[in-house]
Design a protein around this ligand. Structure first.
Ligand code: BTN
Length: 271
């Protein structure tokens, strides 16, 4: 926080120094404003190899979530950033990155305070059953070959969610940690970059990925809960019985059949 009680701006020089000190692969930029950090990397990637570029934005004017939802943040309050990488993996395994990134966010939050963070399959991080972070993973063709962009929106200092649907379902680190203060965003970002480097590097090796999956399974928000979801144009209900080794959702349907769901929209637990 600065003297006026506002969160301090993200410090690009400190982030770069932290990456150097920990020998992290990231090349970091902090922008005052951009439409969407995912779009920024997608567009830059058309003319140059962006693997290991990380872009933070203090303000996004067209932040995107999954299924073309908008991702609203308050300028200078939260963390909105995207990382580009080119996993040494067959394309069908690139989806591992989403939950590996979610695990990295959970570990960093858990290290800050004695809070248990959970992963709501496939791409949300929850605190006390409310969403604190969303992840948007996309792959694009580019000058250096196909690459992956992992976009992360983490609510840090936000005190209010004006959209009434979010007021019930979203939270921030400040709200969850209160009365303790939320962490400095630059320190938090540095810790995230370190943990993200470890987890995203781990997806390229099956043994290390299996260890990540063990930690991901321990944090499943939906385990043994009845959910409704939409997949392949069909609405389904069932009980979540786990995750397979690639992170797909295992769902037991009302007739007892076991379904492996690799992607879905609107995954909603019943109360
Ligand atoms: C979701 O919950 O649907 C995913 C939200 C992802 C938001 C982040 S903010 C940084 C990056 N840039 C974007 O436009 N979206 C992602």
């Amino acid at each position: 926080m600065n003297a006026t009680g506002s969160p301090s701006p993200l410090d690009e020089a400190r982030l770069r120094a932290a990456c150097r000190a920990d020998a992290l692969p990231w090349r970091v930029s902090v922008l005052a404003e951009t439409a969407s950090t995912n779009d920024r990397l997608r567009d830059t990637g058309r003319t140059q190899d962006v693997a290991f570029e990380v872009v933070f934005a203090e303000k996004q004017t067209a932040g995107r979530g999954r299924r073309d939802h908008t991702w609203e943040t308050e300028a200078g309050q939260d963390l909105t950033f995207s990382l580009a990488l080119r996993p040494h993996l067959p394309l069908e395994k690139w989806a591992r990155a989403t939950q590996a990134a979610a695990l990295a966010v959970c570990r960093v939050i858990e290290n800050l305070a004695s809070l248990r963070a959970e992963i709501k399959w496939p791409n949300d991080v929850l605190l006390h059953d409310k969403k604190v972070c969303g992840i948007l993973t996309e792959s694009f063709g580019g000058a250096g070959g196909r690459f992956l962009v992992v976009g992360i929106g983490l609510n840090v200092h936000r005190q209010r969610f004006d959209d009434s649907s979010l007021a019930e379902t979203a939270t921030s680190l400040a709200l969850a940690l209160s009365p303790s203060p939320a962490p400095d965003r630059t320190e938090l970002a540095a810790a995230l970059l370190k943990e993200l480097a470890a987890c995203l590097d781990g997806i390229a090796d099956d043994t290390r990925h299996a260890a990540l999956m063990r930690d991901i399974r321990e944090r499943q928000a939906l385990l043994r809960r009845r959910v409704s979801l939409r997949t392949g144009g069909k609405d389904l209900t069932g009980e979540v019985t786990g995750l397979n080794d690639e992170g797909a959702l295992l769902l037991t349907l009302p007739d007892g059949a076991l379904l492996t769901v690799t992607s879905a929209e609107q995954v909603r637990p019943f109360a």
